[in-house]
Design a protein around this ligand. Structure first.
Ligand code: HEC
Length: 153
């Protein structure tokens, strides 16, 4: 790239090597930045178009569940929040089946651990202890973060 620029600038008689090197550096910097942001090194689950939709709709429900739980906690309604944690984030037979259809064994193990943490969150909320519940919620959301950092569709 630098050589081409050098030739172009020299031929055009536009001058000094400072200008050429400045242009080259800028270009390189831009390429570097572009390359980093476009590179997705996460493991692909290789899902079909249909499964992708299933997964995303599930994920949106997970997000909604977290939102409801936080809202109910802010209103001191830990009882209701516990029900949502168990039914929407817990390890229901439906969730177990869904996880097993999405990826390999490692993905499933992570998914199952996540849903178990949803049941633990339900248990914590059931005790009525806010700090304990927040710690459990933090743990559950750690799984959201970990899985998203590792896998993509
Ligand atoms: C075991 C893995 C796993 C766990 C745990 C997990 N997700 Fe996801 N989620 C995914 C994958 C894979 C995608 C697709 C990401 C991609 O392809 O870039 C996704 C996508 C999403 C999306 C995008 C939805 C859309 O319509 O575009 C949201 C929102 C989301 N997850 C929320 C959550 C929340 C909130 C939690 C935790 C309460 C969670 N997820 C836990 C694997 C997981």
């Amino acid at each position: 790239m630098r050589k081409i620029l050098l030739v172009v600038f020299t031929l055009a008689g536009m001058g000094g090597s400072n200008l050429v090197f400045a242009a080259g550096d800028q270009m390189q910097h831009h390429d570097h930045h572009h390359g980093m942001s476009m590179m997705d090194t996460r493991i692909s689950l290789g899902l079909s178009a249909e499964m992708k939709q299933h997964q995303l709709s599930n994920m949106r429900e997970h997000t909604e569940a977290i939102h409801s739980i936080i809202g109910l906690m802010s209103e001191n309604n830990l009882e209701e929040a516990a029900k949502i944690a168990r039914s929407k984030l817990g390890l229901t037979p439906e969730m177990r089946k869904m996880c097993s259809m999405m990826g390999g064994e490692k993905f499933m193990t992570l998914g199952i651990a996540f849903h178990k943490s949803g049941d633990d969150l339900g248990d914590a909320l059931q005790t009525g202890d806010v700090n304990k519940s927040l710690r459990a919620l933090n743990k559950t959301m750690q799984y959201c973060v970990e899985c998203h950092a590792t896998y993509r569709q």
